[in-house]
Design a protein around this ligand. Sequence first.
Ligand SMILES: *Cc1c(COP(=O)(O)O)cnc(C)c1O
Length: 397
Amino acid sequence: MLQIENSAFAVDERGYYGDFGGAWIPEMLYPNVEELRQNYLQIIYSPEFQEEFNQLLTDYVGRPTPLYYANRLSNEYKTNIYLKREDLCHTGAHKVNNTIGQILLAKRLGKNKIVAETGAGQHGVATATVCALMGIECIVYMGEVDIERQAPNVARMKMLGATVMPAKSGSRTLKDATNEAMRHWINNPVDTHYIIGSVVGPHPYPDMVARFQSVISEEIRKQLFEKTGSENPDHLIACVGGGSNAAGTYFHYLDELSVNIVAAEAAGHGVKTDKSAATTFLGKEGVLHGSKSLLMQTIDGQVIEPHSISAGLDYPGIGPMHAHLWKTGRAKFYAISDDEAMQAGMKLSKLEGIIPAIESSHALAALDYLKAGSDETVVISLSGRGDKDLSTYMKYL
Ligand SMILES: *Cc1c(COP(=O)(O)O)cnc(C)c1O
């Protein structure tokens, strides 16, 4: 794993990206988060951690994932498009890169239990997977409403040996599951590690998760050089829910200012409707889940329920690193509607024989806005595969 330090876009020693980040947590959570903050860098850059992490990424996850030149899609858009195939990771998406890293960290911190929260169940499955791999007890909090909506992922988690705890408070969805998982961690600080699934939460989580996911851009640089003679594409596109696949895709390009960094957010029915999840278009500065960032909120600071056709982008905030990339103009943000994403997913399936996750389809739809030139190179993070989304795609056939 390569390091970046001294970057204007990396986290500072206070845990901030410009104006965003920090650890806005209740007193009771301080010892847990502080233990992590003091130890994470030393642990993850130790040679024996790196060896075990890389071995599992190779033999268990199936890395490196291919960088695939999409010939027919390139002809369609009259440019040169490469897809980073995170959809080929074990469990079907990039999320497992992070859960592998965190389970290895938990072991070294002497923790023998894992707690996590999940919305649609994807992060819960990725967490239950690595707990099964390591023989570690796993408790996943999930809103009661989500448990009903996401039965296949609930079944997967149970099959993998995890306990799924219903969150019964509030709207009984992701934010309530997060609150209950945090409460569980406060009550079990000594033996339990909390695995957060994206570049969100109090410092050091956003930085730690970004570093685990940075294997994506480390591989892209090498693979693109082999294919084109240059490590740098002209454009780099990823979808942003919390922002972990995007953070991993951008990581080693943040200081390469010739690379146009593009983020695709979920506009839902459109940014002018009340059914959207496009945080940079609709959000204001505020604190959510332990960090200062942009989030969708009412004038008096109540979090607004987001909407997106893709469960993974249905989140009312973005990670602090992305808020900083937005505010500094380093990344360009597009709001992609449900319909635009579904059309882009259909197009990739027909042109390349690859059915993408609906989250990833948002990144593909950004091609329509980009207008990349015929001599330019575009790299798109294909964050996951679409098997989980077939019932939603079917309505668009
Ligand atoms: C969860 C998920 C996302 C969104 O999460 P990020 O942290 O923004 O990457 C995107 N794509 C897929 C396939 C997912 O499962």
